[in-house]
Write a protein that binds this ligand. Structure first.
Ligand code: UDX
Ligand code: UDX
Length: 475
């Protein structure tokens, strides 16, 4: 029997990542009567969530420190004792990572579900009584079937002393605005077949989300809605980036075009910012997943339609690197570039699939020296992403790693710009809107360029300081 709504007293979340951590923190904050335990295999990550200094949580999100500060130790706990937390829980969220498979059947497109499967097996073994299992990770459609099959086997082995219901409750939060998105979601989506389980989960959200925003669907619609939402959002970005290229060729300005079309209430103004292409852990992975799914069901034309969204995104990144090379007289050997921003978007320390990775690698391959600065991404992360340790700038020796270029972390935009031939803005950090262009220009080598792939800098000030300015989508 599924517990009645009032019986849910303890919940557990497997996966203390960008999704699991903030989501559980907000649930704990809004539902003080619930005990919420977030578990993870990664002891270092758990230790960071428990760090006394709230400025050193493993995930950077505006407002997260305050939420964790209020709830941690009261009814929010971070732990590595996975089995104990599962055993004590009435409801278990699965929020483990589901990256694209790198080998075997479906490599490069299908999601790697090994961690979901491992978590489901762990829940099957450690649970007691009735447990509602909630899929929080973004998953291919019909994953719930696999989760159910694993849980059903355990149910049979236990002679009915443990029972399970499976729900899908995809997360729509965007990084950088996770807390606001969680506190005031456009909608909460709950998919499932067991009405009592659905209502138990709806009641938790009901503490702060109004009833009409809580949507109930069947399991498969819920799973597919998440993939579809991300595919549509990513498609808008590829669409505007394709038009940005045409604007540059024709003398139009993509921001004027975006404003003009965004004023049509059928289109709306959001997600029309041209840039270096989309990054983040979800968009590419989810579209590739959709493509894989379509092929699996023999829908080749549909698969190719969505695949094009990812292809255009890759092209956009390569196009920007090429633009830099061609502008700097076709060669970057011996030239220094200040790279401003490495995170995949502003207000996050996340670099997964960041456009900066491919663009910087392409520039390194051309022999560039990159001085990279980001307010939230540390040098160790950049080194891991580039597959290359930092090296001394200004030397032609010590050429290591993937390309022939070198890179080093800089402490500030001004330090990065010192001796640089160009500044390249790749993340739309607020601070980059207010750079002092006369100070930057003064320390750069002439002729100096600004390549603004996010169109955030004060282009007039940069031009007044003597820089040649390229902005994405400006003809
Ligand atoms: C992940 C998925 O990438 C995304 O598709 C989904 O929507 C939500 O979960 P995120 O939270 O950003 O997103 O992932 P990540 O930051 O990698 O966190 C996952 C955590 O799960 C990691 O800390 C990892 O150590 C943990 N984990 C993984 C376990 O605790 N147990 C496992 O078996 C596997
Ligand atoms: C996305 C979805 O928005 C969210 O609902 C889902 O749960 C997870 O995936 P996220 O990846 O965190 O969230 O960030 P998002 O704000 O969607 O940005 C994704 C990428 O698109 C970033 O690289 C961003 O810079 C880029 N982007 C976004 C643009 O280039 N232009 C835009 O107009 C909007």
């Amino acid at each position: 029997m599924t517990p009645a709504v009032a019986d849910i007293r303890s919940i557990c979340c497997i996966g203390a990542g960008y999704v699991g951590g903030p989501t559980m923190a907000v649930i704990a904050d809004r539902c003080p009567q619930l005990q919420v335990t977030v578990v993870d295999l990664n002891a270092e990550r758990i230790a960071a969530w428990n760090h006394d200094d709230l400025g050193r949580l493993p995930v950077y999100e505006p407002g997260l420190d305050a939420v964790v500060g209020r709830a941690r130790g009261r009814n929010l706990h971070f732990s590595t004792a996975v089995d104990d937390a599962i055993a004590a829980a009435d409801m278990v969220f699965l929020s483990v990572n589901t990256p694209t498979k790198s080998r075997g059947v479906g490599a490069g497109q299908a999601s790697d579900l090994r961690w979901i499967e491992a978590s489901a097996r762990q829940v099957a073994a450690a649970a007691s009584g009735h447990t509602i299992v909630v899929e929080k990770s973004t998953l291919p459609v019909r994953t719930a079937e696999a989760v159910k099959a694993i849980l059903a086997a355990a149910q049979g082995d236990a002679g009915g002393s443990k029972t399970f219901s499976v729900l899908s409750n995809p997360e729509f939060l965007a990084e950088g605005t996770a807390i606001a998105d969680l506190e005031a979601p456009d909608r909460v989506l709950i998919g499932g077949e067991d009405d009592q389980a659905i209502e138990a989960l709806a009641a938790i959200y009901g503490h702060w989300v109004s009833g009409e925003r809580i949507l109930r669907t069947n399991l498969w619609s819920s799973e597919l809605s998440k993939l579809t939402a991300n595919a549509f959002l990513a498609q808008r970005i590829s669409s505007i980036n394709s038009i940005a290229a045409l604007c540059e060729a024709t003398g139009a300005d993509v921001r004027e075009v975006a404003r003009a079309i965004g004023s049509d209430s059928r289109l709306g103004p959001k997600f029309l910012q041209a840039g270096p292409g989309f990054g983040g852990s979800c968009f590419q992975k989810d579209i590739l997943n959709l493509v894989y799914l379509c092929r699996h069901y023999g829908l080749e034309e549909v698969a190719r339609y969505w695949e094009q969204v990812v292809d255009l995104n890759t092209w956009q990144q390569q196009r920007i690197a090429r633009k830099v090379v061609l502008s700097l007289f076709g060669t970057l050997t011996g030239k220094r570039l200040a790279v401003l921003g490495f995170a995949f978007k502003a207000d996050t320390n996340d670099t997964r699939e960041s456009p900066a990775i491919r663009i910087c690698r392409d520039l390194l391959e051309e022999g560039a020296e990159l001085a990279i600065v980001d307010p939230k991404v540390d040098a160790g992360q950049i080194a891991a992403d580039l597959g290359q340790a930092p090296g001394p700038l200004g030397s032609t020796t010590g050429l290591v790693g993937v390309g022939e270029g070198t890179w080093a972390a800089a402490a500030s935009p001004l330090e990065a710009a010192r001796g640089a031939d160009a500044v390249l803005i790749l993340t739309e950090w607020q601070a980059y809107r207010h750079l002092d262009w006369s100070a930057l220009a003064a320390v750069m080598r002439r002729p100096a360029w600004l390549f603004d792939a996010r169109a955030v800098a004060d282009a007039a000030a940069a031009r007044a300081a003597g820089l040649t300015v390229w902005r994405v989508g400006e003809g």
